[in-house]
Design a protein around this ligand. Structure first.
Ligand SMILES: [Zn+2]
Length: 309
């Protein structure tokens, strides 16, 4: 642990920081690192480094927050190559149920399996968490509110993920992922969501201009909603709310969409979405598209569908 010397900066914001494991540190204005313990997760996917800008911002402002912030960089090896996961590896943000431990012997673990085991005790200690992502397709910023839709007994925070998400500078808030999609028990936030607010955000598309500023603004608003930050913020229009209704799974190799889909485009039931090795590929359900991506493995969602609530 060491004291951060900010004596040369115009607005000193002294705090304490401690490195826990590689790519993870906790920061606080108190050396006792008091609760609440709030995680800010970045780059669980290595091609999505925007959230690391939020870590840099929090480093500068460490002395301004109540409790303790855990700054967690997810897939360190994939960040180096700018890919979603390591070559030959697996999606780190789908294996936090640790079910692989029963299926694979440790000598067959990929980097991501080791990293999931390393991060799990840290995630299991958090009272709330924000997970910053970017998307393959164009998208306005939107939130994925995970966990129960009623307050959690004995939680540090008597506010739900959905209530926190409604205060964020995003255009849409979505919920219902765990019930109907692969964004469920395997994601990092699933290890936090039974204890307190747990929100993933898509800040924009990978590398788009301004996406780091969006990640920082969302982080500021998240900490304010939890009462961990007292910083004032400007008002923005409340987000619209959508419930996840369906995940369309890629059924064959070489899927190509018929048009360039963006998140929040509309699809109608039975519409031809694209073509793959088996021919025309249709969606049985219509609604609002989220996270379209034709370049997924067969059996994985190539897009999600939601309905406004
Ligand atoms: Zn991601």
């Amino acid at each position: 642990m060491h004291r951060i010397d900010r004596s040369n900066s115009p607005a000193p914001a002294e705090g304490y920081q401690e490195r826990l494991v590689r790519g993870v540190r906790r920061i606080s204005r108190s050396p006792s690192f008091p609760r609440p313990w709030v995680g800010i997760l970045a780059a669980l996917h290595g091609n999505e480094p925007a959230g690391i800008a939020a870590h840099r911002y929090l480093d500068e402002a460490a002395g301004h927050f109540e409790g303790t912030l855990f700054l967690i960089e997810g897939n360190l090896e994939a960040i180096k190559i700018g890919e979603r996961h390591t070559r030959g590896g697996v999606d780190l943000n789908r294996i936090f149920d640790l079910s692989f431990a029963g299926d694979l012997s440790p000598e067959h673990y990929d980097y991501e399996h080791h990293r999931a085991l390393e991060l799990t005790p840290i995630l299991d200690s958090l009272d709330a968490a924000l997970d910053l992502h970017t998307a393959t397709a164009e998208t306005p910023p939107f939130a994925l509110a995970l966990g129960p839709q009623t307050p959690i007994e004995d939680s540090f925070f008597q506010i739900t993920s959905l209530e926190v998400a409604d205060t964020l500078p995003v255009r849409f808030v979505t919920y219902g992922w765990e019930e109907r999609t692969d964004i469920s028990a395997g994601v990092a936030l699933a290890r936090v969501s039974s204890r307190g607010p747990s929100i993933a955000v898509e800040c924009g598309s990978h590398g788009s201009s301004g996406v780091e500023e969006v990640a920082i603004a969302i982080t500021q608003a998240f900490l304010r909603a939890l009462g961990v930050s007292k910083a004032t913020q400007t008002d923005w229009p409340p987000p619209r709310t959508l419930e996840l209704t369906y995940a369309l799974l890629s059924r064959a190799p070489r899927l190509r969409f018929r048009r360039t889909f963006s998140s929040f485009d509309a699809l109608v039931a039975n519409e031809v979405v694209g073509d793959d090795e088996e021919g025309e590929f249709r969606t049985p359900h219509g609604g609002t598209i989220l996270l379209p991506n034709p370049d997924v493995d067969v059996g994985a969602p190539c897009l999600y569908i939601a309905e406004e609530r």
